[in-house]
Each structure stands twice: as C-alpha cells, then as structure tokens.
Design a protein. Structure first.
Length: 113
C-alpha cells in the first residue's frame, strides 16, 4: 500500500474510534457502528500486510474495543480473533509491556461466555 494512503487509513480508523468513544454515552448503537467501521479499516490494512506487527496490534485494539460494546457471538468472535493475534505476537516477542497480559486476559474473558 502506498505510504500516504496507509497513514490516511490508519488516521481514519483512529478518528472513527475516537468519535465512537464520544458517542458511546449518548447512542451506544451508533457508537458500535463507528467502532465497526474503524475495525473494518484496520482489518483491511492487516489483510494487505499480515506480517506488519503495527497493523496486528492496531487490529487487536479495534477488536477489543468492539468486544467491549457488543455481546453474544460478535463479542466472542472478536475476542477469539484478538486472542489468536495476541498469541502470534507473543510467540514472536512483539507484544509491548502493556500488551503482555492480553493473552491471559482474553482467555479469561472467553471463559466467561
């Protein structure tokens, strides 16, 4: 992907998430739509460069966010996907110190179902 377009897409995904954060209290349904849009952009970036650890982490953050405002199967699918990404990042030594607890946290969340 062209660098400037990639950065624009990353910025757009982050902006949609920030707008959703603001919208969440007033209109949770609209916020979830915005979170999903940001997630879709992060997923496209990841799909274009699946070995890019920055895109893997950004997709993980978007998935976690969607899982916190959704329920049922959408929540569990998001958690399972981010768990798989987190385990790959952990195995490659690519999780940041703040993210090192993700695999355990995600396994606990999935166990709650």
């Amino acid at each position: 992907m062209k660098q400037s377009f990639t950065q624009f897409q990353r910025d757009l995904s982050a902006s949609l998430t920030r707008i959703a954060d603001i919208t969440l209290r007033q209109d949770p349904g609209e916020a979830l739509k915005l979170y999903r849009q940001g997630l879709e952009i992060a997923r496209r970036l990841f799909d274009a460069e699946p070995q890019n650890t920055v895109f893997q982490r950004e997709l993980s953050v978007r998935l976690i966010t969607v899982s916190t405002v959704s329920n049922g199967s959408e929540r569990n699918i998001a958690l399972q996907e981010v768990l798989e990404i987190s385990l790959r990042l952990e195995k490659a030594g690519q999780l940041t110190a703040d993210q090192s607890a993700w695999p355990d946290f995600l396994q606990q969340e999935l166990a709650k179902k």
